[in-house]
Design a protein around this ligand. Structure first.
Ligand code: FE2
Length: 376
């Protein structure tokens, strides 16, 4: 096995020139934000938070902001045809446009990253209303995806200027989803290392884990992955690249249907994965299933765990262990008709890794789905 944990001493970026306080929000460009907001509220247990549109002076789009604990999604749809949002949806289908990061100084974040080669998406821009000010800036990352830096330390409003509170009579209860654990990007052939370099040089991230095609391969297909983390570990971006196999890699299927590089999955943390997944399944969320035989030997591989195995087996929750503890994880089926974006639900019990021990079983499950679409 070629999995390597890169030693800290091999890294030169000692000072954190881009301090991040976590993920601020994830913004999706979607064909119908009103219905998407309803779906995420109903299926995943988000609450209505804020709204922007023509009524608030945003003439070209509508955005719904929904929140569950520390997890904030923005769902944005264009109101006219000829604009960048409509073009994005035409090219990619519904997908993640913005991975917004919480910073203390968005102006400095922009200078630090653009001076290191980051391509500007948004120069520092101050938005003000009676509740104070939010400063936004941003840079491009893989595909048409962008990172926005959000400085909201001088803002006391509901979300940001331009938005008003969205009060709804429909407030489904939380499914226990807490915050973004990590967001994974799929990039093209030979593009993993250039993007690893981007996160190292432009954003000061470190490569904390690497998986080669021997780690992540099945009989048919393969991929490679490197996990990038910021200094305090609050923001983790694994990067996947397809690898040669007998058949088409799942990353290639994504690239074909997303029409380029983009966010493959958002992993969301919970403190009780069994309760969360029961709730999510009861609301219609569909998850990938590994064969029942996975559970016959899993405890030999991962050792003792606190949970009963039976509910994990019934729900299809996967288990893995590293030096620091174990984790429980499950992957949804794609969230839309294109086989592109999906979610992971993860409960960490000490483990800081990403479920390498599950890759084979998981990717075989993914391939069964891929094969049923005729794309393997
Ligand atoms: Fe993941």
């Amino acid at each position: 096995m070629q999995t390597t944990t890169v030693p800290e001493v091999s890294k030169t970026n000692a000072a954190d020139f881009l301090p991040l306080n976590g993920t601020d929000y994830v913004e999706f460009y979607v064909g119908n934000a009103k219905q998407a907001a309803h779906f995420y509220k109903t299926a995943f247990g988000f609450q209505s938070l804020a709204y922007a549109g023509p009524e608030t002076g945003m003439m070209d789009r509508v955005s719904y902001v929904i929140r569950q604990n520390k997890l904030t999604f923005v769902l944005t749809t264009p109101l006219k045809t000829n604009n960048a949002i409509a073009d994005h949806i035409y090219k990619h289908g519904d997908g993640v446009k913005v991975l917004a990061l919480m910073v203390d100084d968005a102006t400095d974040a922009w200078h630090q990253t653009t001076s290191r080669g980051g391509k500007s998406y948004l120069e520092p821009n101050t938005l003000s209303d009676e509740n104070g000010q939010v400063i936004l800036s941003g840079i491009h990352t893989y595909g048409d995806t962008v990172h926005l830096f959000v400085e909201r330390k001088n803002y006391s409003g509901i979300f940001m200027p331009g938005f008003r509170a969205w009060k709804s009579a429909y407030n489904p209860v939380s499914t226990g989803l807490l915050y973004v654990d990590h967001c994974v990007g799929n990039v093209g052939w030979n593009q993993m290392n250039p993007w690893v370099k981007f996160y190292e040089e432009v954003m000061g991230f470190k490569n904390i884990l690497s998986f080669d095609d021997k780690d992540i391969s099945t009989e048919y297909s393969a991929l490679m992955s490197k996990v990038m983390s910021n200094g305090n570990g609050y923001v983790k971006f694994p990067i996947n690249e397809p690898a040669e196999g007998k058949k088409k890699s799942q990353v290639e299927e994504f690239l074909d249907f997303y029409n380029g590089e983009g966010v493959q999955h958002v992993a969301i943390a919970t403190l009780d994965i069994v309760a969360s997944v029961i709730d999510l399944q009861n609301r219609g969320v569909e998850f990938l299933k590994v064969p029942d035989s996975y559970y016959d030997t899993v405890l030999e591989r991962v050792g003792k765990i606190e949970e009963d195995l039976a509910p994990l087996r019934d729900l299809g929750i996967l288990i893995d262990r590293d030096e620091e503890g174990y984790l429980l994880q499950i992957f949804s089926k794609p969230l839309e008709d294109r086989p592109t974006l999906f979610f992971e639900v993860i409960q960490r019990k000490g483990a800081k890794s990403f479920g390498k021990g599950n890759f084979k079983a998981l990717f075989e499950a993914l391939e069964r789905e891929q094969d049923s679409r005729g794309n393997l």
